[in-house]
Write a new protein. Structure first.
Length: 326
C-alpha cells in the first residue's frame, strides 16, 4: 500500500484524477439549479480539466501543488473572484472524497485565503438616479427598472414575471420562479435561487400606477403573459436588453457610468435596510435564507448612522466652544 501524509490509503481508488472526480461529484449533486450547474461545469472545464491539477491523481495531490495551481491561474490573468470560485468548487468535491468516499485522508485544499474573493464595493444609486434611468430607457422597460429597484428583484425574477403574479391594483407581486439563460438550452424557467426566494412583496404605492399603465400598454390579457418582453413579444433576455437599450451609453448619459443592472437590486436592498426593518424582515424582502447578506446591508446603514452621529457631535462641540452661532 501507499502512504499519503502519514495515513494509509487504497492506492487503486486514489488513482482517480482530480478532474474526473470533480466531474462525477457535480453530476451526482442533487437539486443544483441550472445556472449553478452551468457555472460548476464551466469552472471545471476552464480551470481544472485544462490544467495540470485536473490530470493529477487524488492520492498524489498535495497542498503545495494546489498553491501552485492557484498561482498559475492568477498569473494567467484569471480574476481573483473566478479563481476563488474554482478553488471552492474543487475543495467541496474533495471534502466528499475525505468524509464520505474515504478515498483520501485529508483535503489538500488548505491554502490560506484562497477561498476568499474581494469584490469592489458597488456604487449605490439614489432614488433620483433610478428614476433618471427609468426615464432614459425605452418606455416598455421603464417599469422594469422601477420594479427591480423598489422590489429588490433579481434579473431572472423580474424577467419571469407574468400577469398573474401581479395582484389587483398592483398592490402585491408574487415571486415564485426565475427565468435563466442556459448555454445550449436557451431560456429555462426555474425555481428561485433559494426557498426564501418564493415570496410576496408589497409594491410601494408610488409606483403602482406605473405598473398598471405598463400592463395595459405592453402585456397581453392572458394570465401567463410575460410582464416584460422584447420588442417582438418574446421573453426578455438579459443580453438582448443590454443591446436594445445601449446600457453602457445610457448609464453614462444620466451620470452613472459603470452601473450594472444588478446595482438596481443593490440599491433597493440598501434603501430597505434604512427603513428600520429587522434582519428577518430584510431577508424576506431580499429573498435570502442566509442572514449574512442582510447583515451586510444593515452594517452599511450602521456606518451611515455613525457618520451622522459624528457630524452632529462636531456641530455640538463647535457650538459649545463658541465656534458656531447655530
Amino acid at each position: 500500500m501507499a502512504i499519503l501524509q502519514g495515513d494509509w490509503i487504497d492506492p487503486e481508488r486514489s488513482k482517480i484524477l482530480v478532474g474526473q472526480y470533480v466531474k462525477r461529484w457535480i453530476d451526482q449533486r442533487p437539486g443544483l439549479r441550472p445556472k449553478t450547474l452551468e457555472l460548476y461545469r464551466w469552472l471545471l472545464r476552464a480551470h481544472v480539466e485544462s490544467t495540470a491539477l485536473g490530470g493529477t491523481e487524488l492520492g498524489r495531490l498535495t497542498t503545495p501543488m494546489v498553491r501552485q495551481w492557484r498561482s498559475e491561474r492568477l498569473d494567467a490573468g484569471v480574476s481573483e473572484i473566478t479563481t476563488a470560485k474554482a478553488y471552492r468548487l474543487v475543495r467541496a468535491a474533495l471534502n466528499t472524497a475525505v468524509d464520505e468516499d474515504k478515498i483520501i485522508p485529508r483535503n489538500p485544499f488548505r491554502v490560506k485565503g484562497a477561498d476568499k474573493e474581494t469584490s469592489a464595493e458597488r456604487p449605490v444609486l439614489s432614488v433620483g438616479q433610478v428614476f433618471a434611468l427609468s426615464k432614459a430607457v425605452p418606455d416598455r422597460y421603464r417599469v422594469l427598472v422601477l420594479m427591480t429597484a423598489f422590489l429588490s428583484l433579481r434579473w431572472g425574477e423580474a424577467a419571469a414575471l407574468t400577469r398573474s403574479d401581479i395582484t389587483e391594483g398592483a398592490k402585491n407581486v408574487r415571486i415564485g420562479k426565475s427565468l435563466l439563460e442556459i448555454v445550449g438550452k436557451g431560456l429555462v424557467v426555474a425555481a428561485p435561487k433559494s426557498r426564501a426566494g418564493v415570496r410576496t412583496l408589497t409594491v410601494p404605492e408610488a409606483i403602482r400606477a406605473d405598473i398598471l399603465s405598463h400592463l395595459e400598454l405592453y402585456v397581453d390579457n392572458r394570465p401567463d403573459a410575460y410582464v416584460f418582453t422584447g420588442v417582438k413579444g418574446n421573453p426578455l433576455r438579459r443580453t438582448n436588453f443590454t443591446k436594445i437599450v445601449k446600457w453602457r451609453m445610457l448609464t453614462a448619459s444620466v451620470g452613472v457610468p459603470g452601473i450594472h443592472f444588478h446595482d438596481l437590486r443593490h440599491a433597493g436592498n440598501l434603501w430597505a435596510s434604512k427603513s428600520g426593518m429587522s434582519t428577518k424582515d430584510l431577508m424576506a424582502r431580499m429573498g435570502h435564507d442566509d442572514m449574512r447578506a442582510a447583515l451586510i446591508y444593515q452594517r452599511a446603514t450602521d456606518s451611515a448612522e455613525r457618520r451622522i452621529a459624528d457630524d452632529l457631535s462636531r456641530m455640538a462641540t463647535e457650538y459649545r466652544e463658541g465656534r458656531s452661532s447655530a
